[in-house]
Each structure stands twice: as structure tokens, then as C-alpha cells.
Ligand binder design. Structure first.
Ligand SMILES: C[S@@+](CC[C@H](N)C(=O)[O-])C[C@H]1O[C@@H](n2cnc3c(N)ncnc32)[C@H](O)[C@@H]1O
Length: 228
């Protein structure tokens, strides 16, 4: 667990003020210790941003790589609304089991499919089965597979997709050498170099994952892309 810098804790102060968690979200976050990756969920402010982005994209169908305890899944499932649908891909059944309990408590289990298995294979199966297009994708599973997940996400969207990937390394990005957190993030994503093609527009930024998360300055990339 990191002790985050004072300036990032100040960001957390605003997050606490602007992003109230209800009981179901707090319970999902706290249940992280029952999973294979405790404290690896997005922070509340990131969950809120994910939901806002999905809503701004008008997404009714969302795809997520990496479920864990379902914390980000709850934010996304609420964003798509009662008529919407979230498909979330998770390799570890014990994590999926924890997530299902959390999703049920949050009242969104009916609009979520938790698909257990390696995400690359699960996503390819969606392609092969001709799944309906997804308008928003959140990539937050094993980082070395980020480029493959991004490519499959493009194949799974009809016209355009807004895609948020954690620790996505963009060609040309250089980490500040003085920052240990950046070194860590760089290591996590070393094999995730993405050569963005003409279809994509990318913005990459560090976010405060805050005192609750294990990566206080996890770098994120927002990719908007045309699939055509
Ligand atoms: C960072 S956690 C996801 C956190 C979650 N998105 C949240 O914010 O609440 C990463 C998850 O990806 C899963 N994972 C790792 N490798 C995977 C793979 N190859 N396929 C599917 N899921 C994988 C891990 O088991 C873990 O649950």
C-alpha cells in the first residue's frame, strides 16, 4: 500500500466531497480483500469519471476487461441504466463470485454478464458470436495484453468506441525519471506499447488513485476510435 503525496490527498478531499459512495459501492470496495488483488479497484473519483464518460458516450452496452470485486462494474452498470447491459471479463472465478454478490447488493446483477476465463479468449468469442456493438470499453485487466484488448475492442464496436485503458503505454511516452511511481507504472506496462493507428485519438493522463488504491498515480489513457 502506498502513502500518497499530500497534493494527491487534497484531490481525494474533493473526491470525497463530490463523489459520495453509497453502501453498495463502499461494500464492494471493502470486499477487495476477498479477491486475488486487494485494493486494485479504481478509486471513487475514477468510478464516477468512468460512469460520466459512459453516459456522455450514450453507452447502453459496455464491455469491461477485469472485474475483480465488481466495483467499477457497479459504476458502469448504473451508468447504462435499467435498459443497458455490461459484459465484464474476469479470469478468476473466486473474484467473479465476490463480484456477483456485490452486483446483486447494488441491484444491477440482472444487467451484467460476468464472463469467467482469460479475457482475450472471452473477447474473441464475442467477436466470433457476432455480439452487438459496444459503445464504451474499460480495459483494466492484465496490462501486457492491453494492445490486444484495444484491438479486440475496436472489432467489437460498430462505428466508434470510447475506451479507457489503465497503464496503457503509448509510443513516445516517457516517464519522469524522478518519479518512482512512474517507474512502477512503466514496468507494469512495458510490453504494452501501443502504436496508435489512424482510427484512434488518444489522451493520456495520470490520475489520483488516492489513499484507498494501491497505485496512487496510475496512468490512464482515454482512446476514442472509429472502428470503420
Ligand atoms: C485491476 S483489477 C480490476 C479492477 C476493477 N476493474 C475495478 O476497478 O473494480 C484486474 C482484474 O483483472 C483480472 N485479470 C488478470 N488477468 C486477466 C486475464 N488474462 N483475463 C481476464 N481477467 C484478468 C484479475 O483477476 C483482476 O480481477
Amino acid at each position: 500500500m502506498y502513502e500518497s503525496d499530500a497534493q494527491w490527498r487534497e484531490v481525494d478531499y474533493f473526491a470525497d466531497t463530490l463523489v459520495p459512495e453509497d453502501e453498495a459501492l463502499a461494500a464492494a470496495r471493502l470486499s477487495g480483500h476477498l479477491t486475488t488483488m486487494p485494493s486494485a479497484e479504481v478509486a471513487p473519483n475514477q468510478g464516477r469519471l468512468l460512469a460520466l464518460l459512459a453516459q456522455m458516450a450514450g453507452a447502453k452496452r459496455v464491455l469491461e476487461f477485469g472485474t475483480l470485486a465488481g466495483y467499477s462494474t457497479i459504476w458502469l452498470a448504473r451508468a447504462v441504466g435499467e435498459q443497458g447491459h455490461v459484459t465484464t471479463l474476469e479470469v478468476a472465478e473466486p473474484n467473479a463470485a465476490v463480484a456477483r454478490v456485490n452486483l446483486e447488493r447494488a441491484g444491477v446483477l440482472e444487467r451484467v454478464d460476468v464472463v469467467v476465463g482469460p479475457a482475450a479468449a472471452s473477447a474473441q468469442r464475442l467477436v466470433d458470436d457476432g455480439a452487438e456493438p459496444f459503445a464504451f470499453v474499460f480495459i483494466d485487466a492484465d496490462k501486457p495484453n492491453n494492445p490486444a484488448y484495444l484491438a479486440t475492442s475496436l472489432a467489437l464496436s460498430a462505428a466508434s468506441v470510447a475506451c479507457w485503458a489503465t497503464s496503457l503505454r503509448i509510443r513516445g511516452w516517457r516517464r519522469p525519471p524522478s518519479r518512482p511511481w512512474a517507474r512502477r507504472a512503466g514496468t507494469a506496462s512495458r510490453s504494452s506499447v501501443v502504436a496508435l493507428d489512424a482510427r484512434t485519438h488518444c489522451h493520456r493522463w495520470p490520475t489520483a488513485q488516492g489513499r484507498r488504491g494501491s497505485e496512487p498515480h496510475s496512468p490512464h489513457a482515454l482512446v476514442s476510435a472509429s472502428a470503420a
